[in-house]
Design a protein around this ligand. Structure first.
Ligand SMILES: [Zn+2]
Ligand SMILES: [Zn+2]
Length: 145
């Protein structure tokens, strides 16, 4: 078996206090350019993978997860020790799905991001240099390219 086919996939925060496993991801993986994800990550955009709740589990350090609930009701979880961004959840989202930060994954995966979302809020200094579809807001919003 090739390394990139090893399952479950494993991930952890920067300090290693929080560890998780993912059996299977859905095929939805987007780069989010909204201003809140940008600040949450301290980066040009955030990349989230998705898994059904029963295919995702915290292995260690779940007690280190802290939640920040923004004014619009979205919840972002992060490590209380190293500050790593871990998950995102929108009140309008599916409750049976976990959106986790792809940057915390240690396993190699063959899946690739398939969209840029909230491009309408993109940082002025960040240029998108690939051919993935771009949406003004979420995936169901106006398509830019
Ligand atoms: Zn940590
Ligand atoms: Zn976002």
């Amino acid at each position: 078996m090739k390394k990139n086919e090893d399952k479950p996939y494993k991930g952890q925060c920067l300090c290693g206090a929080i560890k998780y496993e993912v059996d299977e991801m859905t095929n939805l993986t987007a780069h989010c350019h909204c201003s809140m994800c940008r600040k949450f990550h301290g980066a040009a955009f955030a990349t989230f993978g998705e898994a059904r709740k029963e295919r995702f589990r915290w292995i260690e350090g779940e007690e280190h997860l802290k939640s920040y609930v923004a004014d619009n009701g979205t919840t972002r979880q992060f490590c209380d020790s190293c500050g790593s961004s871990m998950t995102f959840h929108a009140p309008t989202g599916q409750d049976d799905i976990v959106e986790f930060t792809l940057g915390t994954l240690d396993s190699d995966i063959t899946l690739r991001p398939d969209a840029h979302i909230y491009v309408g809020s993109k940082a002025s200094w960040s240029d998108i240099c690939d051919d993935l579809p771009q949406y003004v807001d979420g995936r169901d919003s106006e398509k830019i390219t």
